[in-house]
Design a protein around this ligand. Structure first.
Ligand code: ADP
Ligand code: MG
Length: 293
């Protein structure tokens, strides 16, 4: 009787847009009280584009774009792809970068036209003792308040400018979060992005709790902390950074367009991009258990 019930659940899941990888994990789903969601690519479409650019006093905006584009052209990050494509389209080409290094969860560095370029979060620049002019900081704060992801660009230890990236919240997100709350579940947004940006996105979709500016290695630690506090946790994510957290969670749900390692670490794969599959999957897990028991 047990395999039959599971087969039914698998069949139903596929119809609803969920592929069940681990039936064992479905058992844990009944006890889940907290749903943790990644931001970029999970709550948002994950298709970033350059929305705005600001240069420091006396700096040509094209310099900001050229240096940023050259370094980001060597990076794999979604932010990088957006900046490199934008810069290439605007400038017609990009100079070469040497000594490129990706700085996980922070940004990237490289040398362009004999200048040492640093691109990434405010935290990255602060860590490198690069001070940012007040006007640029003000612009960054305004953009972040609008839910933009903002990266800063510096050359030889001096801040040159800021770039705002736009990413659209999935139209299905707010209703899905509502439904999770109606099921009595807590929700939490977990992201490496800035706290202001994270709060703005959380407010757009109705998520109460936010843990932001989390380094890739610390996403898993956040899940572990919640578990230690007595919570049973479902994690929804898509990125390479999310894989350890997906594995650690009582129930890991990966978005199908996500990174291979995220799919490998998850218990359930969300076949449709719409987030309504998250409450559906959890409801299904509860129902499956009821059938087996
Ligand atoms: P997320 O949790 O949104 O996937 P990451 O951990 O990949 O974010 O990155 C966190 C932050 O680090 C980004 O919001 C950005 O500020 C910065 N960052 C990471 N990689 C890059 C990059 N290649 N270029 C610019 N900024 C980056
Ligand atoms: Mg993501």
């Amino acid at each position: 009787a047990i395999p039959t019930a599971l087969q039914v659940a698998s069949g139903t899941g596929a119809q609803l847009g969920v592929f069940i990888k681990s039936h064992q994990a479905m058992e844990s789903a009944r006890a889940v009280d907290t749903v943790v969601l990644d931001k970029t690519g999970t709550l948002t479409e994950g298709r970033m584009s350059v929305a705005d650019l600001a240069a420091a006093d006396g700096v040509p905006p094209s310099d900001v774009l050229r240096y940023a584009g050259a370094v980001e052209d060597a990076s794999e990050h979604a932010i990088a792809a957006a900046i490199a494509a934008h810069a290439r389209a605007r400038l017609g080409g990009l100079p070469e970068v040497t000594g490129f290094a990706a700085l996980a969860g922070l940004g990237a560095r490289g040398t362009v036209e004999e200048r040492r370029i640093l691109i990434g979060s405010a935290r990255l620049l602060a860590g490198e003792n690069v001070s940012v002019p007040a006007a640029l900081e003000q612009t960054r704060g305004r953009w972040e308040g609008e839910g933009r992801t903002v990266v800063l660009v510096a050359a030889d230890g001096t801040a040159l400018g800021a770039i705002a990236l736009a990413d659209t919240v999935k139209p299905s997100a707010a209703a899905a979060i509502d439904e999770l709350h109606a099921m009595g579940l807590n929700t939490l947004l977990l992201t490496g992005d800035n706290a202001t940006t994270a709060r703005a996105v959380a407010d757009q979709v109705g998520i109460v709790d936010v843990v932001a500016e989390v380094l890739p290695a610390d996403k898993e630690a956040t899940i572990a902390r919640l578990q230690k506090e007595g919570h049973r946790v479902a994690m929804v994510g898509d990125g390479i950074n999310d894989a350890p957290a997906l594995a650690r969670a009582d129930l890991g749900l990966a978005v199908v367009e996500g990174a291979d390692v995220a799919l490998a670490a998850a218990d359930l794969i969300l076949i449709r991009e719409d987030l309504d599959v998250v409450p559906t999957a959890l409801t299904l897990a509860r129902a499956t258990l009821a059938t087996i028991r």
